[in-house]
Design a protein around this ligand. Sequence first.
Ligand code: URA
Length: 424
Amino acid sequence: MTIIDIINKKRLRKELTREEIEFAINGYLDESIKDYQMSSLLMAIVLNGMTARETIDLTDIMIKSGDIIDLSKIDGIIVDKHSTGGVGDKVTLVLGPLLASLGIKIAKMSGRGLGHTGGTIDKLESIEGFNTKIDKEAFIKQVNDINIALVSQSGNLVPADKKLYALRDVTGTTESIPLIASSIMSKKIASGADIIMIDVKVGNGALMKTLKDAKELAKLMVRIGKAYRKPTICLITNMEEPLGYAIGNSLEVEEAINTLKGNGPSDLLEVVITLCSIIIGAVKKIPNNEAKNLLFKQLNNGEAYKKFEEMVTSQNGDINSIKISDKVFSIKSDKAGYINKIDALKLGEIAKMIGAGRNTLEDEIDYEVGLVLSKKVGDYVEEEEELVKVYLKDKDVSISQILECFKIDDELEPVPQLILDIIK
Ligand code: URA
């Protein structure tokens, strides 16, 4: 067997055997297969796809390329949650403590993303002292003690994905549903949780641009989860406008805290409550409306926030230390009308440009910068009324660049639905 035979087979749209996929992945890891050969195979996969069987084999080979976390010392049902990434996405920061306050175990290991803003780990590290690098024993102890720990990925979890993802990033081979599904699911399965929840974002600010692709990705991930007897639930949510009002690390933590105290934006709440009620319903075997009532009770009686505080303290963070830049600019609308679109992608790029996100994994994030919307899609704005506040440090942004993110018209267009589908 040679890598050239395997590349040619995929080029001719033929199904690869498990042995051929194993040969390619293991050869790439031991460097007998070179970057240029693997990128050629990846491009053939992007163009010609993979069957479900090939994708499940690829996922399995990737899982076995590294450590598999054993969480059997945690009592109870362990839930892991993942998002395919969106602008202003602070769902994990709310969902984790909320479920933990009801006795569900949240054991989550996150990677550091190259998103418009940081990932969950970066957001948590905007809290002074918050330690995301706790060892495995301390991680398990904390989940057993307080039901929740959110930590950064450590050790040798799916090294094949790490190497392949870095190559895909620079060879135009990220956009492939089987490659994305195996990349996400290999990490989730190797992380050891019992139930996997995935928020598949769709829209201009998201990885999946169409509902059709998002559904296909979700169905494939659910199928991979089934192969491992790990119930996998995918929520498909709209990412045409940012989620909530805040974009930027400290600003998003602040918005998450307000949500945990019962004062959250309605779109963020809708995603959190929908995801949590599915889990609570499945674990506690109660009807969905009862689960929702229970969740709102936890937000309104302070229990969910108390759990967040407990987690921050347990991971050495100082909840009173969240810093937000005091260099604030108010951007006003240049016309009156209904806001029919807010471009999540462009706003995300602006947030990254002012320092809230990183271009390479070595870049430093500025936790204190970002944007806070004053209006959402469907709102009316007067001329000279505030549209957004920008929190800056050492980089500037042009007003026209921000105004271009808002589509304001005389007539109100139908407001798009937020939750588009649930696939399980
Ligand atoms: N997130 C991942 O972890 N992998 C992908 O391929 C895309 C998004």
